[in-house]
Design a protein around this ligand. Structure first.
Ligand SMILES: Cc1ncc(COP(=O)(O)O)c(C=O)c1O
Length: 416
């Protein structure tokens, strides 16, 4: 099987891109070409990112924001340079970007830090299409604070039923995803932010599946908080991002406490730094930040409009190809309108885990299960699903390989 085709060079030069990702030339499962369709879980990393991390350790490894020596100084410059780069990537100021461990930790940071301002009877509005990372922390906050949890429901095609009557004078926060990790549905973030702000509520957007794949400008969206993960956008694992409007971050007390987030420490108590330092205790993950900065450079050089267009063309191809296979049901919208590159599906008579296993034998890596979005699966009437997700290095030939592998799985299980 060749892994590139003419369509792949329309928006992105996938031949050149794939050459930057060493793992993509790996052979798997009895010498099969690796067809990696699980970037929604974690993306692969180009040499530019691997080199940036490696160079940090080889040349600049000192604790950033600690000590007076040259290595610490360089570590600080690299760490703060990465913050400025990530901020520019989403249209924010550097002081509005907090580095966390993950998108999950970023949601927890906001949910814990907001807790003192949530009273019994207040309402927190989420959605039925959330990843558990943007769902369970709000359930926990509502339980701790005696607040009421409400949610926008999923429509039968997985889109969001934005019912404005759910936003009331008691709503303190609306937390919603920008793009579903299951159906690829893109939500009307700016519209929800407008409605929420009219009611005096804050808005947190989960950008874990949005920021890696589309141009994002936090000022245009006008959300108060945006979370995302570096590892889903070509960057290293272990680094997430919390964007917060300056005044919103300033109003929040610390989440995790420890070294370097303090102003003055006495035995009786401590005062805290302004954001972002207030939320970054401990020795900063500067090598990971260096890697993420390289990832941002990589994506910026490709152009986020091109990234989005490339993924849209792969998604359109996948929707067409899967629609043609009898006994396969696409879970989610079956057009690319307001939809990103996640395609979840069911195969009649074959459990998604079995589909995943047979595909894996052919070298095709997809995710199976409920994808940390159990309520969404329940709402759509499915136990679990298989899911293919696309990124900058995926090709149209790989979409065909997915369709061929699904047909093979059907034959293997005697369904065709
Ligand atoms: C939509 C969405 N939100 C949040 C997360 C959590 O990201 P992380 O596991 O990197 O914290 C994920 C990860 O799959 C996701 O897809």
């Amino acid at each position: 099987m060749s892994i590139t085709g003419p369509l792949d060079t329309v928006f992105l030069d996938t031949v050149a891109i794939r050459a930057d990702f060493p793992i993509l030339s790996r052979r798997v499962r009895n010498d099969k070409a690796l067809v990696y369709l699980d970037s929604g879980a974690t993306s692969q990393k180009p040499v530019q990112v691997l080199n940036a991390e490696r160079e940090f350790y080889e040349r600049h490894n000192g604790a950033a924001h600690r000590g007076a020596h040259l290595l610490s100084e360089e570590g600080t410059e690299i760490y703060e340079g990465a913050r400025a780069k990530v901020a520019a990537f989403i249209g924010a100021a550097p002081g509005e970007v907090v580095f966390t461990k993950s998108a999950t930790e970023a949601v927890n940071l906001v949910s814990y830090s907001l807790a003192p301002s949530i009273r019994p009877g207040d309402e927190i509005l989420i959605t039925e299409i959330e990843h558990h990372a943007n769902l369970v922390p709000w359930q926990q906050l509502a339980q701790r604070a005696g607040a009421t949890l409400k949610w926008f429901k999923a429509l039968p095609d997985g889109r969001l039923d934005v019912d404005p009557s759910l936003i009331t004078g008691r709503t303190k926060l609306v937390a919603l995803t920008g793009q579903s990790n299951v159906t690829g549905v893109i939500t009307p973030l700016a519209e929800v932010a407008r409605l929420a702000h009219e009611a005096g509520a804050l808005v947190l957007a989960d950008g874990a599946q949005l920021v890696p794949h589309h141009p994002v400008d936090v000022k245009a969206l006008d959300v108060d908080f945006l979370v995302f993960s570096g590892h889903k956008m070509l960057g290293p694992l272990g680094l997430g991002v919390l964007y917060g409007k300056r005044d919103r971050l300033e109003a929040l007390p610390p989440f995790l406490a420890g070294g370097d987030m303090i102003e003055v420490v006495r035995m009786e108590g401590s005062t805290f730094q302004p954001p972002p330092a207030r939320f970054e205790p401990g020795v900063p993950p500067a090598p990971q930040a260096a890697g993420l900065a390289a990832a941002v450079d990589y994506l910026t050089a490709l152009g986020m409009d091109n990234v989005a267009a490339h993924e849209e063309s792969l998604t359109a191809h996948a929707l067409d190809a899967l629609r043609e296979i009898g006994g396969v049901r696409i879970i989610g919208p079956d057009t690319t309108k307001d939809r990103g590159g996640a395609v979840a599906f069911e195969v009649d008579g074959v459990h998604p885990h079995d589909v995943g296993q047979v595909l894996d034998e052919l070298g095709v890596a997809v995710r199976t299960g409920h994808h940390c979005a159990w309520p969404l699966h329940r709402a759509l009437g499915v136990q679990s699903s298989a899911r293919a997700t696309f990124y900058v290095y995926n090709t149209h030939d790989e979409v065909d390989a997915l369709a061929d592998a699904i047909r093979y799985a059907q034959r293997f299980f005697g369904q065709r």
